[in-house]
Design a binder for this molecule. Structure first.
Ligand code: C2E
Ligand code: CA
Ligand code: CA
Ligand code: CA
Length: 276
């Protein structure tokens, strides 16, 4: 295993594994892993640039494999999308995120928003909104502080159905963020029509924002677009003080990235809230 961020956690690296674990080797283990509670949500803080405080966190799934160590989502999420396991795993993630949100609120962090990634594939479950509704009511989750992140590809895959689901879920006060914004094809009309409150600028535009005029122009345009549509804008993948300066100067609302923190286990996230 290699060290992705110094001093944080071990990640599974297939190139260093002599067993050469492939996606097909992991596939038969997915259902068992879910039952055996081997998945875990990590939390990456999102910082509000006006107050300088933690406004919430995006949850990111990890697989604590008993033999292979910590497996990153790049190794198994697309596999789960292909074989449909993303549906039960996705419900597990919403349930977990909701439980952690409740814990935060019990500890007095009652303005902390929790983001959950939602794959386009999860919309193919015709019971998506009812099931989410049930998870929320059975566990008495304060859904006004949940925010689902979806990509533009989810929006355009089946516009009618997705738009119906978003309406249903926004009736529960759930918010939506458009992930990886700038890399897809959603129209202004769609952006205005759907209950999307946040645009997340894709990391690929942030990477060189401080020294590439093209990327700087794109990021400026996305921030202005978001604000003119009355939406919040979050930059992801912020790694350097120069990138942060640019985003502050151009009025970006929130940032997340290694500059502040990589995704961390829940207890570490709570510690960050305590120290803030
Ligand atoms: P994403 O939703 O675009 O998540 C952002 C990714 O960028 C995360 O990778 C995060 O760890 C990483 N990241 C955050 N800050 C930085 C930074 O400053 N620099 C760099 N280089 N990377 C940064 P991660 O955790 O490996 O997740 C990868 C993808 O897997 C996510 O992309 C998302 O599409 C998917 N995913 C993760 N968790 C879930 C989940 O619970 N459900 C679903 N459906 N998909 C998930
Ligand atoms: Ca995301
Ligand atoms: Ca993203
Ligand atoms: Ca992404």
């Amino acid at each position: 295993a290699k060290q992705e961020h110094p001093g944080t956690y071990q990640v599974y690296d297939p190139s260093l594994d002599d067993k050469q674990c492939s996606a097909s080797e992991l596939e038969p283990e997915l259902a068992f892993a879910l039952r055996a509670n081997q998945f875990e949500l990590f939390f990456q803080p999102q910082i509000d640039l006006e107050s300088g405080k933690i406004a919430g966190a995006e949850t990111l799934i990890r697989w604590r494999h008993p033999k292979r160590g910590l497996i990153m989502p790049a190794e198994f999420i697309s596999l789960c999308e292909r074989n449909g396991m993303i549906i039960p795993i996705g419900y597990w993630a919403i349930h977990q995120a909701g439980i952690k949100l409740k814990e935060l609120q019990l500890q007095g962090y009652d303005n902390c928003r929790i983001g959950v990634n939602l794959s386009f594939r999860q919309f193919q479950d015709s019971n998506l909104s009812q099931t989410i509704h049930r998870i929320i009511s059975q566990n008495q989750i304060n859904s006004a502080f949940l925010e689902f992140e979806l990509t533009e590809s989810a929006l355009i895959s089946d516009e009618q159905h997705v738009s119906y689901c978003l309406q249903e879920l926004s009736n529960l006060s759930i918010d939506f963020a458009l992930d990886d914004f700038g890399t897809g094809y959603s129209s202004f009309a769609l952006l205005q029509k759907l209950p999307i409150s946040t645009l997340k600028i894709d990391r690929s535009f942030i990477r060189n924002v401080a020294d590439n005029p093209n990327d700087a122009e794109i990021v400026r345009a996305i921030i202005n677009l978001a604000h003119s549509l009355d939406k919040k804008v979050v930059a992801e993948g912020v790694e350097t003080p120069e990138q942060l300066d640019f985003l502050i100067q151009h009025g970006c609302d929130q940032v997340q990235g290694y500059l502040y923190s990589p995704p961390v286990p829940f207890k570490d996230f709570v510690q960050m809230l305590e120290q803030a």
